[in-house]
Every structure is written in structure tokens, then in C-alpha cells.
Write a protein that binds this ligand. Sequence first.
Ligand SMILES: *Cc1c(COP(=O)(O)O)cnc(C)c1O
Length: 389
Amino acid sequence: MRNLDLIEKWKNTTQNNYGVPSLALVKGKGLVVTDADGKTYLDFLGGIATNILGHAHPAIVKAVSKQVTQLSHVSNFYAHPNALALAEKLISMTGEESARVFFAQSGAEANEAALKLSRRTGRTHIVAAQGAFHGRTMGALSLTGQPSKREPFLPLLKGIKHVPFSDIAAMRRAINKKTAMVILEPIMGEAGVIVPAPDYLAEVRTLCDASGALLVIDAVQTGMGRTGDWFGYEYSGITPDVITLAKGLGGGLPLGAMIAIGEAASLFKAGDHGSTFGGNPVTTAAGLATIAVIEKQNLMHKAAKHFDFLSTELSLIPSVKQVRGAGLLVGIELNSDNANAVAQKMLEAGVLVNAANPTTIRIAPALIVTPAQLKKFVTIFRKVLSHDN
Ligand SMILES: *Cc1c(COP(=O)(O)O)cnc(C)c1O
């Protein structure tokens, strides 16, 4: 079946919540994906910051294939070595021995778990950021600070205040002794790759310490080495109480985690929360393989260097106003609000990107991207923008 047939089938079989895609992808290898008509694309979106090692990475293929032939599911009535090895690994990545892990499948579920955990402080008030994205389930949507996504589904959870991002005075006014948790993305991804002031997270940490509120870092998009460190907040020197992960964690398989640190790690009591698939042997095998490759190939360090190249090169393009982000999570702010059209032209030119908002192109390529692929991206982007203006 070709692109058009599959798109027609999409229209006739699925609900209209996503709108209609412009093509169907059927194959991938590294950063190259192939559509149903046989055309290839350079994938600079990576399944929205998810295919952190690209497509069909041999280490993931091997780990998953082996596990699925042995045991694909055990439930949480039983322990499984993969989930425990991954939990151990994640704990060591936080650098905090007290950290403890809860596994989920997605970012929304990881944040739901954090939300429920915060209720166990005995407090119910929450502070989140305007523009933030934390997921689409009712709890996660209550945390999400985007009116267009929230308003059709009101009423949402009560007691959640959204303050301007990177505005420490607004945060100070919003936090008090009733605040159960503050949740922040280290860099707001969906909002358009918005980077806070360098001392923002440290200042929020101080406010949380003073009021006894948990500081939850939503590293669903920034995590797993994408921004040059494991979770995206390490540059700030803080230790959060909770870290949520998904997207890159499973290297393309559905895997999420909520990691609690210190006293937060013992807030849940037996029976408080659960997930049938959480810590699944196959997805955790993928997570272990993903982390092993990132470490072995020093991909975090490389991601940080790639950002320097991209920001230097992209800033030279006349219709680019600003390049934001860290590592391989990059927002390219354009001078005009034609990001959707630019994303479509990039697709026609054989490169997948997306418009995070009307003026921002977001790229989140796999960490295995080569310098040659980065150069190719810049060349095509420059060409598309020059035709555009
Ligand atoms: C994508 C995303 C989520 C939601 O993840 P899902 O897996 O789609 O539920 C939550 N937080 C952030 C920061 C994200 O980028």
C-alpha cells in the first residue's frame, strides 16, 4: 500500500484527535526513514525526541529480540532482572543512593505517578509553568499549562497554579506551606524549546526547600542524554525530589519512569499505585541497551558539542531569529510565523522536523547523528528558508 492508501485508511479507521498525517512511514535505519512510496527522509524529529538511538539500532534489536523469545510479561506480582537492572542503572545516573524507581509506559503516566506521590505529602496544591507540557491524561493535563489543550476538558484538578516560566518572583508568590509539588521541565520542549535563566532551577529549589514542597523535574523530553547530561537539570547543580522520564528511555519502545529521591522515595505505601505493564521485561531490556550505547559511545558529550555546531551554523541564516536549546533539543525561532509551512517544505525536501509553535521549528535528532548528517540538515534548511523569503 502506498502513502495515499494508508492515509485514506487512517481517515476511515482512526478518530480525528491527531488530524491527518501527510505520509506513512514503513522502515527506518539509523536516522533514515522510508515512507510507503519508497521515498527516504532524514529524521530530525526522532518520533518526537523518542528514537534516541535512531531506528532499528542493532543493540536494541538484539536485546528486545532475545527477551521477547524468553519472557515478555510477568506483571508486578513478580520481580524481573531487567527491570531491576534498569532501576539500579537509573539510580546510579541520578547520583543519589536514596533514589527509587517506579516504571510506567509513557510521560503522562510518569507524571500521573508524581502527582499521586505528591498527594502523599498530605498537601494538595501544585505549581506548574504556563506553556508547560506534561501529558494528556486528566491528571497530567491538569499540570499542562497550555489553555488550548485544557479548555475543552474543564473542569480539571483543582489547586494547580500556572506561573510564567523562568519568573522567580512569580514562583515565590505561588509557593507556600500548602504546596505539595512544583513541576518544571528543565527546558520546555512542546512550548517551543524554551530555556530558563541559568539560575532559575536553583532558585526554585531554594523556594521548595523553604516551603517543604517537592520539586519534580519533568525530564520526559530533555532526558536520556538529549541535552548533554542525563536528565537536563544537572547543569543547575540541584537535586530534585522527583524525576520523570519516558520518550528516549525505551529507545523507541514504550517505557516511562518516575524516580523519587530522598524522603520522597518512601512516600508511596504498598497498594498506593500500580501499572500492569510497568517494568515490562521487553521494554526494560530496550532501556538497558539504550543506556549502554549512550555511555559506550559518549553520546551525551557529543550531543553538547553538536549544539555548538548547530547554533553557530543556523544563526548565520538571515531568516533565523534565534537558536535555543541544549544538546540535540533545538528550537529554531524564525523571523516570521511560517514554521508550519517551513516544516512542510523540509518534508518535501526530505527532512522530518516539526513546528513546535507558529514561529519555531523544533529538531530532536537521534544522538547517533553524524556530523555529515548535521551539515546536510543545515544545508537543506538554509535552502528551504532562502526559497521561502
Ligand atoms: C511528551 C511529553 C510528555 C507526555 O508524554 P507521553 O508519553 O506522550 O504521555 C510529558 N512531558 C513532557 C515534557 C513531554 O515532552
